[in-house]
Design a protein around this ligand. Structure first.
Ligand code: HT7
Ligand code: ZN
Length: 879
């Protein structure tokens, strides 16, 4: 396979003004008739080059131009294209193809999910539906007619507004018209026996929009949370970005088989059912929050992605980075801002930083790809969002809003680039962001080393920053980034000092943003009467690895006094990391592990502090995960990390048994008395309760075991039930574990999403024999190799969330993953390639493991018939 390069981008030779589609859906095939009004792109000249349409896995039945059927000698068909020679600048091309949604297991294009038909066209799936110019800079007005059996497919949907419908014997049809020009990747079609929950929203200009969420009938009771989230998102986008919805109807459809979370098709979002359905009894708090966030994300795409779209797929972060930033801010406004930031930063540090350090590292705007589906990455999404966040930090909230207003106004209806986004920000603010743009072209996580110097005599305090960035594939040298460092200085008694830089006339508040733009750069503050304690990179103002030498006393002071909640948590993390690193070194040196009383004292203080928000307390009590410790290590020693962390957890549980037990019981009692609500206060409470129960269960006390079983059996919500189940599964209480698992499966056997949680909990077990259990579960009637949610829950759960067993010294975990990737490669390349990720990180481990992991990658490479998706990841990993 060949790589596509950003530098080779050329505007299209032809546009498609109008697209009229007609789908005839049957059980053993479907036919698609497309009438395309094609127009020569006049910017490219007046000659008439060949028209090369994209098409894959299509059986061409007929072609005509302006009503004249073409003989087969008048066009060429290859595996990926239909080529013909236009005779006029503007003409109507009509093609008819036969396709097979019923055997489409890749879940790209038109496919069957259970009893319904649905589509997934981003990025290049439309070409599996009909011959087309399947690229985002070709935008067209679509009219779509869908025909199917009336009884089995009573609901027929597509983008835009419904304009006509009718019946033909046992079949019926519906026509939809989308007035907004869009690229083919935003096309959608759904046909099925679906029921909907209906509501409405009055927009800021008083237009009434019908809101419909379609699900299979048995799921009607699990839709209210998604509907509430949708209405909140619509309001928020009006208030925060001034963006109003544009069609008369907005629809969401939940499907069970879906490669990702959801898709923002114009007016007809298609969702993985896991991102729509939620009820207290079946979905955890985290699942409720995910529904809220994904509904918002897809809705926000209506402007950041649909009204203004991407010129080409290298610009993916233009819509995804911006939209992730928008949904993160929405979630922060709906819940606890600090906790949301902590969760996002933990996720970024654990996963995106690892991607940046691995063989697939790429800038948020990549330069090349073999398979674009491989570039829906944490870098494009999450780091992309951090880059937009930095823009807001540098320009200020008002400047950022002016920039986004200008961007939407200037580019409405266009397909544009990341440069256009930056230009709008520059023009609206009179700013020069040329150096900032390096964030778009340079890969890797920058390092930021900080040192300080205090001069008592002059009352001056100097902070010196040194930045660097490690080499990444294809980029050995990096130029300095612009790194916004949000900061404050604290006095010995925790006051936040006024900040005046040398050369300034007066102090400018107690918090400010330093724009570090040179490889080494110093900032001197004046009027500092005693050596201060710096609070740096507040709210994690840049996606960098910062190193500052803090003493334990300084960390404790920051934990107590910093007015930035994120940095209070960060100080606790740094203290925990220091202690864990000491323990890891002790394991490696073969020493007996000794517990450090300081952390237990700190935790005791936190538990006793009644003013501390419960959500914050839960975060402060969470030790860095094994995955994060591995990412931070030079060479990840899986066993030492696991042993050290387990030792510390047990030591803390034993030292703090009394206050933890007391607090747990109080929280559980409160839970019993209150009806479930997925609100911030209750979520915080359950989060703390869950953390405490996990610690307490490590003591193996009978009273805790009984409480855990009681919580499992009596909880009125899935958060408490699943927390208790996870504790039992990871415990040595074999009888209770077996009983709870059996009880859970019996009760929820008909609920696919709940069974996914059952698979995941078992896949993550630290107990011996987990891999064999995972293999056995692959035979369970609720498991299906064709359903991505099941693969993610069970196989992904084991390989990506269970380091101690996945990295077992005998290499069985690696072998297992390679076997699954080889089997999935033919069925669903996108899922196969994503599943591979843990094997790509082989450079992180000691030589023996490296050899085992590489051998499995080689085995996949040699297995033959690799999809582009798997080929790209395997070959880059082995390069
Ligand atoms: N924009 C959507 C991306 C997406 C996708 C990409 C490749 C293959 C399948 C997919 N399903 C959805 C989702 C989003 O970011 O909003
Ligand atoms: Zn998105």
């Amino acid at each position: 396979p060949v790589a596509v390069q950003l530098k080779d981008y050329q505007a299209p030779d032809y546009f498609i003004e109008r697209t009229v589609l007609d789908f005839d859906l049957y059980d053993d095939h479907s036919t698609v008739t497309a009438e395309l009004t094609v127009l020569r792109n006049s910017d490219k000249g007046s000659d008439l080059p060949p028209l090369v349409l994209d098409g894959q896995e299509l059986e061409l039945l007929s072609v005509s131009i302006d009503g004249q059927e073409l003989p087969s000698s008048a066009y060429q068909v290859s595996d990926n294209h239909l080529t013909l020679q236009p005779q006029t600048k503007r003409f109507v091309l009509r093609t008819q193809v036969r396709i097979h949604p019923e055997s489409n297991t890749a879940l790209e294009g038109l496919y069957r999910s259970g009893k319904m038909f649905c589509t997934q066209c981003e990025a290049e799936g439309f070409r599996k539906i009909t011959y087309y110019l399947d690229r985002p800079d070709v935008m067209s007005a679509f009219t779509t007619t869908v025909r199917a059996d009336k009884q089995r497919f009573p609901v027929l949907l597509s983008n835009g507004n419904p304009v006509a419908q009718g019946e033909e014997g046992a079949r019926h049809w519906a026509t939809w018209e989308d007035p907004f020009k869009k690229p083919a990747y935003l096309f959608a079609l759904v046909a099925g026996d679906l029921w909907c929950v209906e509501d409405s929203f009055t927009t800021m200009s008083q237009r009434e929009v019908a809101l419909r969420i379609y699900v299979e009938p048995e799921n009607l009771g699990k839709v209210q949370h998604a509907m509430d989230s949708l209405k909140k998102s619509m309001k928020w986008d009006e208030e925060v970005y001034g963006r109003e919805y544009d069609l008369d109807i907005f629809m969401i459809v939940a499907v069970s088989d879906f490669n990702m979370g959801a898709m923002e098709n114009k007016g007809l979002n298609i969702f993985n059912s896991s991102c729509v359905l939620a009820s207290p009894e079946t979905a955890t708090d985290a699942a409720h929050q995910r529904v809220e966030a994904v509904v918002a994300h897809e809705y926000f795409h209506n402007w950041s992605g649909n009204r203004v779209t991407c010129r080409d797929w290298f610009q993916l972060s233009l819509k995804e980075g911006f939209t992730v930033f928008r949904d993160a801010e929405f979630s922060a406004d709906m819940n606890s801002r600090t906790v949301k930031r902590i969760e996002d930063v933990v996720f970024l540090r654990t996963n995106q930083f690892a991607e940046d350090a691995g063989p697939m590292a790429h800038p948020i705007r990549p330069d090349s790809y073999i398979e674009i589906s491989n570039f829906y990455t944490l870098t494009v999404y999450e780091k992309g969002s951090e880059v937009v966040r930095m823009l807001r930090t540098l320009l200020g909230a008002d400047g950022f809003r002016k920039g986004s207003d200008l961007y939407f106004e200037r580019h409405d209806g266009q397909a544009v680039t990341c440069d256009d986004f930056i230009k709008a920000m520059e023009d609206a603010n009179g700013a020069d962001l040329s150096q900032f743009k390096r964030w778009y072209s340079q890969a890797g996580t920058p390092r930021l080393a900080v040192s300080s110097y205090y001069d008592k005599a002059s009352a001056e305090y100097t902070l010196t920053f040194q930045q660097s960035c490690p080499a990444t594939p294809g980029q050995s040298e990096k130029l300095p980034f612009v790194i916004p460092v949000q900061m404050a200085l604290l006095s010995a008694d925790g006051e936040h000092l006024p900040l005046q830089l040398k050369g300034e006339d007066s102090a400018q508040g107690c918090e400010r943003v330093l724009a570090v733009s040179e490889a080494e750069q110093s900032f001197t503050f004046v009027g500092i009467e005693a050596e201060p304690l710096p609070s740096l990179l507040r709210s994690f103002s840049a996606p960098v690895k910062m190193s500052v030498e803090y003493s334990r006393e300084q960390l404790l002071a920051l934990m107590q006094h910093d007015s930035d909640g994120f940095n209070r948590w960060e100080a606790a993390q740094q203290l925990q990391l220091a202690i864990l690193n000491g323990l890891i070194a002790a394991v490696q040196a073969g020493k007996t592990l000794k517990s450090d009383p300081q952390l237990a004292e700190v935790f005791a203080g936190l538990l006793a502090d009644s003013s501390l928000d419960q959500a914050m307390l839960a975060e402060m009590l969470s030790l860095p995960s094994e995955a994060l410790l591995a990412e931070l290590a030079e060479v990840a020693d899986v066993e030492a990390i696991h042993q050290a962390r387990e030792f510390l957890r047990k030591a803390l549980a034993q030292a703090l048994y009394a206050p933890m037990w007391q607090r747990y019981q109080a929280l559980r009692a409160q839970s019993r008395e209150q009806a479930y609500a997925a609100d911030a206060e209750q979520i915080a409470r359950r989060s703390l309760q869950g953390k405490l129960l996990a610690y307490l269960m490590l003591t193996e006390k009978t009273e805790v075991k009984a409480a855990c079983v009681e919580q499992f059996e009596q909880a009125h919500n899935m958060t408490e039930r699943l927390n208790a189940l996870a504790c039992l599964v990871n415990s040595s209480f074999a009888a209770e574990k077996a009983q709870a698992l059996a009880q859970f499966a019996e009760h929820f056997k008909d609920d696919a999403l709940v069974m996914d949680q059952w698979f995941s909990v078992q896949a993550g077990s630290v107990c011996p024999g987990t891999l064999n259990q995972v293999k056995a579960l692959m035979q369970h009637p609720a498991f299906s190799f064709k359903n991505p949610n099941k693969i993610r829950a069970l196989i992904g759960g084991f390989c990506a969330q269970n380091p101690i067993h996945f990295h077992a010294a005998d290499g069985e975990g690696y072998r297992f993953l390679a076997d699954q990737v080889i089997a999935l490669n033919a069925l669903n390349p996108q899922i196969a390639s994503r599943l591979l990720t843990p094997l790509t990180r082989w450079r992180k481990y000691a030589p023996a493991r490296q050899a085992q992991m590489r051998a499995e990658l080689e085995r996949i490479r040699a297995s033959g018939g690799l999809s582009k998706d798997v080929f790209e990841v395997v070959s880059k990993s082995l390069a």
